[in-house]
Each structure stands twice: as structure tokens, then as C-alpha cells.
Design a protein around this ligand. Structure first.
Ligand code: ATP
Ligand code: MG
Length: 221
């Protein structure tokens, strides 16, 4: 069964048709890349996939269940517990350390019990090779390190799918490679990763590549 399966999804803003019948599926342990020109509707598609917006028509199955039949409250829970988001402008608390940022995240964004936090944080920073950054304030982290902090959050959370919108814009090669490695690790953990990017360096390790153009999507590999 696909984790996510959408068919014939259409979306209009005003008179402007953004998505004109889009089909796409995403499995666990898979890195899925969505490319396409600016304005093609990539972010719109991510917003639909993450329940932020609903399609005008078409079907969306989440773990085999039509999302039209999932209550709003349950959708909120899925967003909180099973989805993670990584954006270009990483939202971290500048004055807090890496460890404190993770604690704030665990407290407000997850329902994980407090007695599990220390282990999760220790395991996470070790896996992401950020042990020596644990007590560093976020404002002193590089762009790449911040992004890894954001990815680390989705690792700690029992996320099924990570949505990343242009995660490596403004990041140098070295950090980009580290970010790519972090995504691969999430994949090995059985998570699905959906990356929207113009960056062709993802082509090599994506399991699936879709191209969105003029409202239509084509599977490229
Ligand atoms: N809430 C909205 N209301 C009206 N129009 C919108 C809205 N959101 C997006 N659009 C329009 O839909 C089109 C697709 O936007 P979208 O942000 O999905 O593109 P994109 O592929 O992510 O582009 P980029 O690569 O620049 O981020 C654009 O023309 C945009 O102006
Ligand atoms: Mg966009």
C-alpha cells in the first residue's frame, strides 16, 4: 500500500488553474523529488499533500484511507504526529541551544512523554553528528547546521513523511552533502521524504522524480 496516493487532483485559485489533474504516489523508505519551474504549483501540491489546503477535486488516499473521510481533528493529529516540515527559512529559536530547541519542539510539537526526551535527543544528535553542537545557541549555527537541526527534529519525531520545500537553497556544497546524508538516513529509518527542489544534485539519490509543469505532472524516473 502507498503511504500517499493522489489521483486526478485539481486546484484553482480564482480562475487560474494551478493543478490540472495530478497523479502521484509516495511509499515509505523512499525519496521523492518534485521539480518544475517557479509558479508551477509545487508548494501548492505540498500544501495539499500535508492537509493545509484541500483539492477542488480528485482523490487523496493517506495510508489507503480517503482523506475526505478523515475528521479535521484526526488530520491535525496526523500533521502533528506523522508529518514533518522543512523549509528554506528554518524556524529555530535563535537564543536557545540545540538541546533547548529540541526540548521546545518535543514539548509543543509532539506528544512524546518527558521521560523519553533525553534518550531521544542524545540518540538524535549522535546520529546526526551534532554532539558537539548540543549546547551551542542556534544563532551561532551555520545555515547547514540549522537545516540539520530541522531534519533532526523530524528524526526524533515518529514521522512517516518529511516534506521539504527547497531545503538546500543558500547552502554550500559541504553542508548540502551532510543534508543529503541526513535524508538518506531518514529513508533507511523507513520514512518517506518528499523534496521540492530546482537542485539537480538530488536527481542522483531520489528514488522517484516527478516534474510539474503547466498544471500537469510527469514521472521522469
Ligand atoms: N493562496 C493563493 N492564492 C492565490 N494564488 C496562489 C496562492 N498560492 C499560490 N498561488 C499561485 O499559484 C501559482 C503556483 O504557486 P506555487 O507557490 O505553488 O508555485 P511553486 O511551484 O511552489 O513556485 P516556486 O518554485 O517559485 O516556489 C502561482 O502563480 C501563485 O501565484
Ligand atoms: Mg514554492
Amino acid at each position: 500500500m502507498n503511504l500517499i496516493d493522489i489521483k486526478e487532483v485539481r486546484k484553482k485559485y480564482g480562475n487560474k488553474e494551478i493543478l490540472k489533474g495530478v497523479d502521484l504516489n509516495i511509499q515509505t523508505s523512499e525519496i521523492c523529488l518534485i521539480t518544475g519551474p517557479s509558479g508551477a504549483g509545487k508548494t501548492t501540491l505540498l500544501n495539499i499533500l500535508s492537509f493545509l489546503e484541500s483539492a477542488d477535486s480528485g482523490t487523496y488516499l493517506w495510508e489507503g484511507v480517503n482523506v475526505d473521510n478523515i475528521l479535521t481533528k484526526e488530520k491535525r493529529n496526523i500533521r502533528r504526529d506523522k508529518m514533518s516540515f522543512i523549509f528554506q527559512d528554518f524556524n529555530v529559536f535563535e537564543e536557545l541551544t540545540v538541546k533547548e530547541n529540541l526540548e521546545v519542539f518535543l514539548r509543543y510539537v509532539t506528544t512524546i512523554e518527558k521521560n523519553k526526551w533525553d534518550n531521544l535527543i542524545t540518540e538524535g544528535v549522535n546520529r546526526f553528528n551534532m554532539q558537539d553542537r548540543m549546547n551551542t545557541r542556534a544563532k551561532l549555527l551555520s545555515g547547514g547546521e540549522r537545516q540539520r537541526l530541522a531534519i533532526l527534529r523530524s528524526f526524533i519525531k515518529e514521522t512517516k513523511v518529511v516534506f521539504a520545500d527547497e531545503p538546500t537553497a543558500n547552502i554550500d556544497e559541504k553542508n548540502k552533502n551532510l543534508i543529503v546524508d541526513s535524508f538518506k538516513m531518514l529513508k533507511q529509518e523507513g520514512r518517506a521524504i518528499v523534496i521540492v527542489s530546482h537542485d539537480h544534485s538530488y536527481n542522483d539519490f531520489a528514488d522517484k522524480i516527478y516534474k510539474l509543469n503547466e498544471g500537469k505532472i510527469i514521472r521522469e524516473s
